[in-house]
Design a binder for this molecule. Structure first.
Ligand code: HEM
Ligand SMILES: *[C@@H]1O[C@H](CO)[C@@H](O)[C@H](O)[C@H]1NC(C)=O
Ligand SMILES: *[C@@H]1O[C@H](CO)[C@@H](O)[C@H](O)[C@H]1NC(C)=O
Ligand SMILES: *[C@@H]1O[C@H](CO)[C@@H](O)[C@H](O)[C@H]1NC(C)=O
Ligand SMILES: *[C@@H]1O[C@H](CO)[C@@H](O)[C@H](O)[C@H]1NC(C)=O
Length: 329
């Protein structure tokens, strides 16, 4: 067995580690994956140490997001990643709100059609917030939502560790409706919508790659659970190829098809096809930025808790065999 920094995961999520067969993963494969991850050594806690409670949260969430049967990330994981997006992105530079926990604290927000699909994960994240707030009152719903997303991403095979801060304030005032993207909006409108949140077109293309682990439940209710790529339990780049090639069984969102075809974004979109390292490198900083929308000063004064987000999983080849990822990177 190859002993590496990733063996830390054994102590942070013993149940998870025991479910995995690390021995199946060779040195060569591990190095191939590691080369394409952000350099975790340079991510250092800044203003203060991460409160100890987040280590406990990470352990619980690691179990929550893993399907112990197929060892892929599960429906709660994909919903948590989307929840992080929806809490923050119901905001633009001329309004207040953003990453403030209101998605789960303001009862109205989850009832909106724009949040359809988040009605199961919302109360789970709220219950976790309350549970861990009782242990450490510094825990906020806004932080729980972003932290859960980071754990969910890394529990998906091939998922990277996203730099993750805590220190957000909560608000139970609902954010403005209508600032989340419409699946039927043309690419130009989507690009403008995100630009008004300070997210560039290139960052948007990296972020929609989260549809690598996505399933649709409400766009077409005759195809409930249809995924947006052929491997929704894996954080791979098949989404970027599948959006154009539309394999049988894959449900391509109109918004993704539009962004893939737009001359302003198509080269960026195609650039991620078959290039896991390039996507991870673009996705992780964009996701950190998304997790700070609406917070004056950004990460200034916040606490870097990246070190307690589990390390990327060392996954057996059998989990990614349907796509020759290891041969491509
Ligand atoms: C142009 C921008 C976007 C549009 C129009 C869009 C639209 C959608 C739609 C319509 C669904 C299916 C929901 C359902 O039917 O239940 C979905 C799912 C999802 N989206 Fe997006 N999305 C966008 C960007 C993003 C971003 C930036 C992220 C995260 C970084 C994200 C993460 C997800 C995830 C993880 C799911 C799967 C949820 C689940 O399976 O429960 N999306 N999105
Ligand atoms: C776990 O994975 C198995 C095999 O793919 C699937 O049948 C089952 O529904 C999944 N369970 C959950 C809770 O997602
Ligand atoms: C949280 O609220 C306090 C009090 O209003 C403020 O001083 C602080 O800057 C806020 N923190 C963030 C991260 O927005
Ligand atoms: C932000 O959203 C509000 C409410 O929809 C809208 O009136 C305003 O024009 C938007 N501002 C920007 C910069 O997009
Ligand atoms: C939903 O999917 C079904 C089955 O593929 C299709 O016949 C129908 O036209 C779709 N509905 C919409 C609104 O796209």
């Amino acid at each position: 067995m190859y002993i590496s920094k990733s063996s830390v995961i054994l102590t942070t999520a013993a149940s998870l580690a025991s479910a995995l067969n690390f021995a199946e993963y060779s040195n060569k494969e591990f190095d191939a994956v590691k080369r394409n991850l952000p350099d975790i050594e340079i991510i250092k806690p800044r203003q203060a140490l991460c409160p100890a409670v987040w280590t406990q949260v990470a352990t619980e969430l690691s179990t929550t997001f893993l399907n112990t049967t197929d060892l892929l990330c599960n429906d709660d994981a994909r919903a948590a990643i989307r929840a992080a997006f929806h809490d923050c992105a119901s905001w633009n530079t001329s309004v207040t709100g953003g990453c403030d926990g209101s998605l789960i604290l303001a009862p109205e927000e989850l009832t909106r059609s724009e949040n359809n699909g988040l009605q199961n994960i919302g109360p789970k994240l709220l219950a976790l917030t309350q549970k861990y707030q009782a242990i450490d009152p510094s825990v906020t719903a806004a932080d729980m939502i972003q932290f859960a997303s980071s754990v969910a991403i890394v529990i998906c095979p091939l998922g990277p560790r996203v730099q993750t801060f805590v220190g957000r304030n909560d608000s139970s005032t609902a954010n403005i409706e209508g600032l989340l993207p419409d699946v039927n909006a043309p690419s130009a409108d989507l690009i403008t919508l995100f630009a008004n949140k300070g997210i560039t077109a290139a960052e948007l293309i990296a972020l929609v790659g989260a549809h690598s682990t996505s399933k649709q439940f409400h766009v077409n209710e005759t195809q409930v659970g249809a995924p947006q790529d052929d491997t929704p339990g894996t954080w791979d780049v098949d989404f970027y190829a599948d959006t154009t090639s539309k394999p049988t069984g894959v449900f391509v969102l109109a918004s993704d098809a539009s962004l893939a075809a737009d001359p302003q974004t198509s080269a960026t979109f195609q650039g991620f096809v078959g290039n896991q390292g390039k996507w991870n490198g673009a996705f992780t900083p964009a996701m950190t930025k998304l997790g700070l929308l609406g917070i004056a000063g950004g990460s200034t004064g916040m606490i870097d808790c990246t070190s307690v987000v589990p390390l990327p999983r060392v996954v057996p080849r059998s989990l990614v065999k349907s796509q020759p990822i290891m041969d491509r990177i």
